[in-house]
Write a protein that binds this ligand. Structure first.
Ligand code: ADP
Ligand code: GLC
Length: 482
């Protein structure tokens, strides 16, 4: 087996706040099918070493940014994990990044993760295992390629994957020394970003290749509306950039076997009607003549919830209902509370994070609404496809790449799988929701749409093959260079 080290701050089944965890957790199984053994390095947040039975130390540090630390090898439901046990950095309550506000020492906490990854890549674990590729995810792992370059390690290829460029890993320039980095990397061609350190920029400039999680987001990243100031940096490396669409775990998300719901399949959708009824009663909804839309989301400005608030009156007046599960920005949470209060029996709300409930929502919903202002990939539209819960999405990033809009042509050609709206504003969403309601009233047309979505290939096969090809080509370059 070829060897790759994945470096991430979250990973299913151990710790999750968003899609990064789903992706980091599912990628290793996909890559195994391609002949790659992926080991995943992440921080030992409270309880994780026990959960993963991680007892064997495979690497140790006398002092890793302020305290002794070790890397423990373990296994989480078949996932080969390396946990960075650094109590001074990770043994504290409050989620991976702090809650409600970020931990002030986050730059250091994740610089430590990146440094540990680079050391393992450069020197190998105690038992001799050493990766050929280091794959860094987001700003939390962004410094790993920089550290590796500082160690003069040239036989390990590096990949930086951007899951969301809105999070850039900014830190005061004065932290450079504490992070163990020389002044020579603090330049505009290096990791300096408007007078600060950006650990994401470090990864973007120092990794051998940059990937992001959909082809459309890859091209959006080079435009000022989406690049969030880093568009020039990405554009300068356009020849090293690719977009590889995420897959989903087809076992965890399977309406035929999901223990949270009455099972159903693309052959018979009968169970879905039972789930719909149960979901409506769970959210206190009744008397809908139109579609039941669901939202499962972080409630942040990225996710376009203001557009939902602005269009809900019309949608409800036309017979639609809405079940929302999410948490995040307190102001957006309040906006959603107000929405539910104004539409008793038609809009139901759960503030919180609830994996099991999210499965019941996909099982019972008619439509999943994803009106994001930008969306690198998005996973809930993919779960929607898999569950016959028709996605209604903003035409951006991975949403645009994974849903085929049901316009008249696509409908008659029999290829549509959902709805897209553009521009991403209130009027376009309202108009799109009117088309949804019209098609929903055509039962056979709607069922055909649902079934087409359910038959899409949404697993990791194609994407992991693309990562494997990328790894191979980078290793080829490194071999050619030495
Ligand atoms: P992002 O990573 O930007 O939040 P994604 O769509 O890629 O967006 O991934 C979000 C993941 O988190 C999905 O697996 C989704 O089902 C899950 N999720 C988001 N909010 C909740 C919630 N409140 N309860 C349960 N699952 C949630
Ligand atoms: C980020 C993005 C989301 C993507 C996920 C996994 O959280 O916001 O669009 O699906 O990463 O790649």
């Amino acid at each position: 087996m070829r060897r790759v080290l994945s470096v991430t701050s979250e990973c299913v089944p151990l710790i999750k706040t968003g899609g990064l965890a789903d992706v980091a957790g599912a990628l290793p199984a996909g890559l195994a099918g391609q002949g790659w053994q992926m080991r995943t390095l992440l921080p030992a947040y409270p309880g994780l070493t026990k959960r993963a039975g991680a007892k064997t130390a495979v690497f140790s540090f006398d002092d890793l940014m302020g305290g002794p630390s070790q890397v423990l090898a373990g296994d989480a439901d078949g996932l080969d994990v390396l946990l960075l046990d650094a109590p001074h950095l990770y043994d504290r309550p409050g989620g991976p990044y702090g809650n409600p506000t970020d931990f002030p020492d986050n730059p250091l906490r994740f610089a430590a993760l990146s440094l540990a990854a680079a050391r393992i890549a450069a020197e190998g674990r105690g038992d001799g295992w050493r990766p050929e590729v280091l794959h860094a995810h987001d700003w939390q792992a962004g410094l790993a390629p920089t550290y590796l370059a500082q160690m003069d390690c040239t036989d390990v290829a590096t990949v930086m994957t951007v899951h969301n460029i809105a999070f850039q890993g900014l830190a005061p320039a004065a932290m450079l020394g504490t992070m163990g980095l020389p002044l020579s990397v603090y330049t505009s061609e290096g990791l300096e970003y408007w007078g600060q350190i950006s650990t994401l920029k470090a990864g973007l400039v120092h990794a051998d290749a940059i990937t992001t999680v959909s082809p459309t987001y890859a091209s959006e990243l080079m435009r000022s509306e989406f690049g969030m100031g880093l568009e020039g940096v990405v554009a300068a490396r356009a020849d090293r950039l690719s977009g590889i669409l995420n897959g989903i775990d087809m076992e965890v998300w399977n309406p035929e076997t999901d223990p949270q719901i009455t099972p159903y399949s693309a052959t018979s959708l009968r169970g879905k009607a039972t789930n719909r009824k149960a979901l409506m009663s769970e959210f206190g909804l009744s008397g809908l003549t139109g579609p039941l839309a669901i939202i499962v989301s972080r409630l942040t400005s990225q996710k376009g919830m203001d557009l939902v608030a602005a269009t809900a009156d019309q949608f409800v007046a036309a017979g639609g209902g809405l079940a929302i599960l999410g948490s995040g920005d307190p102001l957006i949470e309040d906006q959603m509370r107000l929405l539910a209060r104004n539409h008793p029996g038609k809009v139901g709300l759960r503030i919180g994070y609830d994996e099991a409930l999210s499965h019941r929502m996909f099982g019972g919903g008619d439509v999943v609404l994803v009106p994001s202002r930008f969306e690198p990939c998005g996973l809930t539209q993919l779960y929607g496809l898999r569950y016959g819960t028709v996605p209604v999405v903003a035409a951006t990033g991975g949403l645009a790449d994974s849903v085929i809009h049901a316009n008249t042509m696509a409908q008659s050609a029999g290829v549509s799988t959902g709805f897209q709206f553009h521009p991403i504003d209130e009027m376009a969403l309202a108009q799109c929701l009117r088309s949804v309601i019209t098609l929903f009233s055509d039962k056979s047309g709607w069922t055909r749409l649902q079934k087409r979505g359910m038959k899409q290939a949404l697993g990791w096969e194609a994407s992991s093959a693309a990562y494997a090809v990328l790894y191979e080509s980078l290793i080829g370059e490194h071999n050619g260079a030495t």
